[in-house]
Design a protein around this ligand. Structure first.
Ligand code: PLP
Length: 403
């Protein structure tokens, strides 16, 4: 009798995804630590700060006040109203509360949007380096990611002309992420305006603008794509509480979009998780409308770490890095180090380089392959200053040792 192989029953779409390089590297560093190894991990894109206390208190009070029942799927009306005010005052965007939907993290909101828009055969433009989940989500929807890379010398920002050349009648969506994970790049208003001109000229192109790092900007200013003339009709503006408010575990994200898209996104969500936990939503109102001192304090800590990381990386042989105007990531180009020898091994890919940094030098980073940029590696400086200092000293020693 042949052996029953349950793997053969898995749907084909399960192979469009894997657990992801970030999760894999984070897990490997936990495993090595459990064996007693001294590992510093710079893998996770998660603030090392706890959620500000006044936001935690708001959740407790809301729970006590009875916000423990099902929520309307697109979110509590009072949160959608608060978000409409936020969009207006901070981003110059006029969304009616009915155009705003609240999901379990920006991640779910992005899945809702992609599932609502992308069909088999549709092409979705990704400006590489890009956040890992974009390509996976598009593939799950049956769409085709069209990856347009930009290098460190271009500030990791794909020029508009390269986008124009990639547009076809099948192009449906362009994923924009400014400030960007993994590079920390920030698009200026004029760079966004060049993209807006392409969108205006292309009859069926929409933009998903993921603005989740808007509160972690050190130099310059974050701009909402939808604020450009004519673009509010063509844009899904995604945002969330995880990064700026240090609320990763709470799972709270939102989007403003044309009404028909918001309705479709709500239908997608109603059939999987339904509405977000209501006491989390009540705390979200306090986060958005309450004091922002903690948000600023965290940003200044990231800025000081950014300065430390940039100074150290710039002194390392084989490492190239531009500015990091925003976010808590550094994405050095390591192509000069690739192909060099560490003892008897040749480090010919960023995956091998990251394995070697972890196993031989005790620093966990993420290979750029995961972000559509195989010649780079990502370091997160959402880690304590002591850990960052230790990691940088180890990286300096590692890169200096290559022959
Ligand atoms: N978008 C980007 C660019 C991210 O880096 C992340 C998280 O790493 C998300 C969205 C998802 O955030 P959330 O925790 O709100 O799901």
């Amino acid at each position: 009798m042949t052996r029953f192989a349950v793997e053969q029953l898995l749907a084909a779409r399960t192979s469009a995804t894997d657990e992801g390089a970030i999760g894999r590297m984070a897990q490997r560093s936990r495993d090595l630590r459990a064996k007693g190894e001294d590992i510093v991990s710079l893998t996770l894109g998660e603030p090392d700060f706890d959620t500000p206390l006044h936001i935690q208190d708001a959740a407790t009070a809301a729970m006590r006040a009875g916000f423990t029942h099902y929520s309307p799927v697109p979110g509590l009306p009072e949160l959608r109203q608060a978000l409409a005010r936020k969009f207006k005052n901070e981003n110059g965007l006029d969304y009616d509360p009915s155009q705003i939907s609240v999901g379990n993290g920006a991640k779910q909101v992005i899945v809702n949007a992609v599932m609502s828009l992308v069909e088999p055969g549709d092409e979705v433009i990704m400006l590489a380096p890009f956040w890992v989940s974009y390509a996976i989500t598009v593939k799950l929807a049956g769409g085709t990611p069209v990856i347009l890379p930009a290098g460190v010398e271009e500030g990791y920002k794909t020029p508009a002309a390269r986008i124009a050349a990639a547009l076809t009648p099948r192009t449906k969506l362009l994923m924009l992420n400014s400030p960007c994970n993994p590079t920390g790049a920030l698009w200026s208003e004029s760079e966004l305006a060049e993209i807006a001109r392409l969108v205006a000229d292309h009859p069926r192109l929409l933009v998903l603008s993921d603005e989740i790092y808007e509160y972690i900007v050190f130099d310059g200013q974050a701009h909402s794509f939808a604020a450009l003339p004519g673009m509010i009709e063509r844009t899904i503006t995604v945002n969330g509480f995880s990064k700026g408010f240090a609320m990763t575990g709470w799972r709270l994200g939102y989007a403003g979009a044309p009404a028909a898209i918001t309705r479709a996104m709500t239908v997608m969500q109603s059939n999987n998780t339904a509405g977000v936990n209501p006491f989390v939503q009540r705390a979200g109102i306090v986060a958005i409308e309450g004091p922002r001192d903690e948000v600023q304090r965290m940003r200044e800590r990231y800025r000081a770490r950014r300065d430390m990381v940039l100074a150290a990386l710039r002194a390392m042989p084989g490492v190239r890095i531009g500015d990091i105007p925003a976010t808590f990531y550094a994405f050095p180009d390591v192509s000069e180090a690739l192909g060099r020898k560490a003892g008897n091994h040749v480090l010919d890919t960023s995956d091998r380089l990251c394995d070697w940094l972890l196993e031989e030098h005790g620093v966990a980073t993420v290979p750029g392959t995961a972000f559509g940029a195989p010649n780079s590696i990502r370091l997160s400086f959402a880690a304590s200053e002591a850990d960052i200092e230790k990691a940088l000293a180890r990286l300096a020693k590692a890169f200096a040792s290559l022959s």
